[in-house]
Design a protein around this ligand. Structure first.
Ligand code: SF4
Length: 163
């Protein structure tokens, strides 16, 4: 009898899995919307798609508390330093979604003033195709990020003793 109680009431896990589970279900996105994709991203927050279902609705434009940068829209050469600064202000661990053709490749703006892919300057974890991507595509990217978060290792962030 006691043994049965124990079986149904005790859960064993590792600290790493528990932390990753918490992180993956409480992502804090920092949107960097510069064009139409930024408007499309707003639809992701609305009732029909509603990313709060995935615990990722805390959007307060505060890089120091964010762990997911969503680049939504074309990025000009003038804006890239700002984007890099925001990325650097975000604490580790952090992830990046490149939303839409413009952020990922420059899209149709093959000009000297538009960055032809933000991954030339900051690491991108997930690309969302489309011009503009559908909100469902952004939700899919969120699920992909959650998969990555689940596989995070504490050891990747270990601070070395050697100076
Ligand atoms: S990918 Fe399309 S919708 Fe998105 S910013 Fe570029 S032109 Fe606009």
């Amino acid at each position: 009898m006691i043994k049965d109680d124990i079986k149904s009431n005790i859960l064993t896990t590792t600290i790493e899995s528990a932390v990753n589970w918490g992180r993956k279900n409480s992502l804090w996105p920092m949107p960097f919307g510069t064009a139409c994709c930024g408007i499309e991203f707003m639809a992701v927050l609305a009732a029909r798609t509603d990313i709060s279902r995935f615990g990722a609705e805390a959007i307060r434009f505060s890089p120091r508390q964010s762990d997911l940068l969503i680049v939504a829209g074309r990025i000009s050469i003038k804006m890239m330093p700002v984007l890099i600064r925001i990325y650097e202000q975000m604490p580790e661990p952090k992830w990046v979604v490149s939303m839409g053709a413009c952020a990922s490749t420059g899209g149709v703006f093959d000009t000297y003033s538009v960055i032809q892919g933000v991954d030339q300057f900051i690491p991108v974890d997930v690309y969302v195709p489309g011009c503009p991507p559908r909100p469902e595509g952004v939700v899919e990217s969120l699920l992909k990020i959650q998969e990555l978060v689940e596989k995070e290792k504490f050891s990747d962030y270990a601070v070395s003793d050697s100076k």
